[in-house]
Design a binder for this molecule. Structure first.
Ligand SMILES: Cc1cc2nc3c(=O)[nH]c(=O)nc-3n(C[C@H](O)[C@H](O)[C@H](O)COP(=O)(O)O)c2cc1C
Length: 381
């Protein structure tokens, strides 16, 4: 089935995009997301404060905008949760764009246009295919009116649009009093896409400890309803493309997003949960096996690796202990090579449905490695 779509001018293979989350902090994860079928990845946000005060321990923008009971307004991961300064961010962005074939979208978080907008241009230079503006502002000052708040968002968008030639998406909160009018204003200010809606930390009170508890409640499919409603309302009324974020956990959720009029469905919580569950299971397995290294153990890789040895061994004269060391090391390196690079048809095997797809690529890599080992042995040994 042809699932291709376009989103903010980008040609995508399908409408599933990895939303901004800590998964994009690691280069390997970009490859994993691409292998798993993500059509694009939005990186975690680089915060305005990180750009302005690279090494200072500073407060999060929203807490400075909300002088009173700041903790209870702390909606988002603290800046320190993302330990990346602008240089590291740009470096990771550059390496990520080189490592994968899918578009990588940089994400900027800020609500003034003083000093940090230049970073948008640097993101473009680093290879970003687009920029997502994760602008939000908690208007906690009683003398700040709605018009003033809206203008801040528009000023940021206008400034970033002027700084770059790549497409710019505006990620919205659901808290505007006139969402439809705001969408039109963003559209007129040049937004190439509107991302509905961001989801924030909701601090709670801990009744045992009697203190504010920073919780991160991950979404579930019920959270889909709000963006679904708004994209349906706005569809056809603005030129910008729509991305749906919040509550995308299943194929049905993606279909609903498309029915509402979204060009892409973005997912974060589902990816974070699946990764955490995978890591937990792997670590449990490693501990159960008594492995010293508690890193992930992947049983399909073990199967592929053994296949290399089992297929190659009967055909090779492994006579001495040196032979055995060379055979083992070469088999290991060759399997790793084919498993990581995944030349055709190994990558195609990975796309087979269900559990078959999980093991088929490793088994194919095992056969390829065995074959390469046989040829190499004939030539060099
Ligand atoms: C742990 C975590 C970190 C996130 N960090 C960012 C971020 O840096 N920038 C951003 O724009 N959104 C961030 N988000 C929001 C997600 O990109 C997404 O829009 C939101 O979680 C709703 O989608 P979901 O229901 O699929 O989780 C984060 C979400 C999670 C769960």
């Amino acid at each position: 089935m042809d699932l291709r779509t376009t989103y903010m001018g980008l040609e995508l293979q399908n409408p599933v995009v990895a939303s901004a989350s800590p998964l994009s902090e690691k280069l390997d994860n970009f490859r994993r997301m691409e292998d798993a079928g993500a059509a694009a990845v939005v990186m975690f946000s680089l915060f305005e404060e990180q750009i302005k005060h690279e090494n200072a321990a500073i407060e999060h923008l929203i807490t400075s905008g909300a002088e009173s009971y700041a903790e209870s307004l702390s909606f988002f991961p603290e800046i320190e949760d993302y330990e990346t300064g602008p240089d590291e961010y740009l470096n990771l962005l550059r390496r990520a764009t080189e490592a994968v074939d899918i578009p990588v979208i940089g994400s900027l978080n800020g609500i003034t246009n003083e000093g940090w907008v230049e970073t948008a241009r640097l993101m473009q230079e680093a290879g970003a295919s687009g920029i997502e503006l994760n602008a939000y502002y908690i208007p906690a000052k009683v003398d700040t009116d709605g018009r003033n708040v809206e203008q801040r968002y528009l000023d940021v968008l206008t400034a970033v649009k002027a700084a770059v030639s790549i497409p710019v998406a505006m990620k919205l909160s659901p808290f505007f009093s006139a969402t439809a009018n705001m969408a039109r204003q963003f559209d007129e200010a040049g937004a190439d896409a509107l991302v509905l809606f961001n989801r924030f930390y909701q601090p709670d009170f801990d009744l045992d400890e009697l203190e504010v508890h920073r919780t991160l409640e991950l979404s579930d499919s019920r959270d889909l309803l709000l963006p679904l409603r708004w994209i349906s309302i706005l569809y056809g009324k603005v030129e910008a493309d729509f991305a749906l974020t919040s509550g995308v956990h299943s194929a049905h959720d993606i279909l609903k997003a498309m029915m509402a009029g979204a060009r892409v469905a973005m997912t974060a919580a589902a990816l974070v949960t699946a990764t955490a569950a995978g890591l937990w299971a792997s670590e449990e397995e490693a501990v159960r096996r008594g492995a010293k290294d508690p890193g992930p153990v992947v049983v399909d890789e073990i199967a592929g690796q053994w296949l290399t040895y089992l297929v190659a061994l009967p055909f090779l004269p492994v006579l001495t202990s040196t032979h055995l060391v060379v055979f083992t090391a070469a088999g290991f390196l060759l399997f790793r090579f084919f498993d990581v690079v995944k030349p055709w048809p190994i990558r195609a095997c990975e796309k087979l449905p269900g559990g078959i797809g999980i093991v088929a690529d490793d088994l194919a890599a095992g056969y390829f490695a065995a074959f390469a080992l046989l040829i190499g042995w004939k030539i060099f040994v």
